[in-house]
Design a protein around this ligand. Sequence first.
Ligand code: PLP
Length: 475
Amino acid sequence: MDRTPWDDLSREEHKEPPTEILRLEDLGLPKPTKVETQDQLADLKDVLPVTAELNGLGHLTIGGCDTVDLAREFGTPVLVFCEQTFRARVRAFKSAFPEATVYYAAKAFLSRALCRLVDQEGLFMDVSTGGELHVALSADFPPERLILHGNNKLDREISRAVEAGVGRIAIDNLEEVGRVAAAATHAGVLQPVVLRVAPGVRPDTHRHIQTGHQASKFGLDMLSGAALEAARRVQVSESLILAGIHAHIGSNIFSFEPFTRTIEVLFDLASEIRSTLGLEIGEINLGGGFGIPYVAGDQPIKLNMMADLLTASVRASAHNHAMETPRMCFEPGRFLIGNAMVTLYTVGVIKRTSPVHAYVSVDGGMSDNIRPALYQAEYDALVANKVTEPRANSVTLAGMHCESGDLLATHVTVPASVSRGDIIAVPATGAYTYSMASNYNKKPRPAVVTVSGGSARVMVRAETLDDLIRLDQPL
Ligand code: PLP
């Protein structure tokens, strides 16, 4: 397997730690006051993968693999994917909504191996670019189980999707109706579409991940009548068929209310489409957006409670509008994969900035997880090789990039003995981390390693330094 020289470096450090190791203790930071003798993983039980345990060495294990061994074998940073957690989340979601169509939102994380898992679990999949479509098709994902999204789909992306036979295309704006119709006519197919609308609902989440408000760049506006006009244009097109209506209101949402309000708005639209155009709406797609725990104490929506409420709300709305209950569809990404991954890093420099604060720097950062910088997202962290030691010092986990905002987590409590060469585990990094990864500062992107039943295999290899110059033309 290919490794980066930096990976080799970090492995060396594990074998031969430098003689002078700087510890928080040596820096004069306060001695531990809080001793956690209970199950040291209890606080983070919901944040970590379901297989997370502590072994006899006091190390964190995932999928039966010692994370310290994983860091040694595969180098750091590395994303550890717990297959069991992903499958469990998928099954829980499907059994909470047994009659719904569940699309996995590929933007959260995508690889060909993951496409296979998604397929094996019988999920559908939401792709939002020609690139995601390409990965799915190259993994032989059944095209009829794909939906293509995007607020600015390219003509070639639309054509490829139509020609491949994708099950749904989400129409995002008025002009797209004609472009999708032309591609379908050209391919000689009848293309099912759903209308993505902006229902005017603003959930309580970071503003960069609110997508369903009136002024959103996504979706057909409802107030101006664009959504109804799109339905009319689909109706008169001979190559399109209106399968349903769709709204994705945002991401990492922790309350029911924005979803139930969206259901009401979508039913009002369905009712208007029926009364104006005589078209029945067969499916209501509520997108994704279900929040997950990132740090100890996070209380996301309980899945079964949410399922009962949303199902009841759809039935009641259908009844109120004297309609057949439409099929419910969902597109969860974060909910299915967020807690299934943990990123491992190696501790490097520790810098004390005050008697009670220090930066603990690791060998990754915003290039493998941009979310803290982009959304002020919060993460927790553990010293994977010292889980049984009392966690007493609050530190900031800093990345290695040339940006002051490159901080992976603030207020993380670590043992006073934390020192160069320790392995840091940051949980809940499955969604929107690797898929948003970059080569900023010419940092090779890390490997993604699947762990299951005590064995580990590379799902996506780490980039090498040579990968960084692969696209450059010869000098
Ligand atoms: N569906 C659509 C159309 C989206 O834009 C997104 C995320 O941006 C999702 C589903 C998935 O959202 P989440 O990962 O929060 O469930």
